[in-house]
Design a protein around this ligand. Sequence first.
Ligand SMILES: [Cu+2]
Length: 132
Amino acid sequence: MNRYMKLFTMSMLAVFLFAACEEENNEDSNNDPGENEVWMEDIAFSPSEKNVSVGTTVKWINKDDVDHTVTSSEGLFDSGNIAAGEIYEYTFDSAGTYDYVCTLHSGMTGTVIVGETGSNGDDDNGGGGGDY
Ligand SMILES: [Cu+2]
């Protein structure tokens, strides 16, 4: 009988922990940039380094209350001012490393690393991202 009580308690605990974790995950997914999204939040790009494959359209979403820009360091793209809540999109058609800045906030910088189609998964597993 004791053993059953212990098992029962353990399983109840497991269910409780699982529910708690799931709630946390849901919260995270609401507070994190989605796939192919970069958020402008707290005067920073998040994530500041983004790995995508060729042909990907990256969405920058301004979550701050102030304007930002997404401006390529090589002059490849320039969003102009992005107001609070606005979105800027750019499609990366060739592989490479693309640095960009916000021209309104010094030190607000980001990088998009575009890999050949099909090699992106390998890159992620290689530990470059750190998110996985
Ligand atoms: Cu900015």
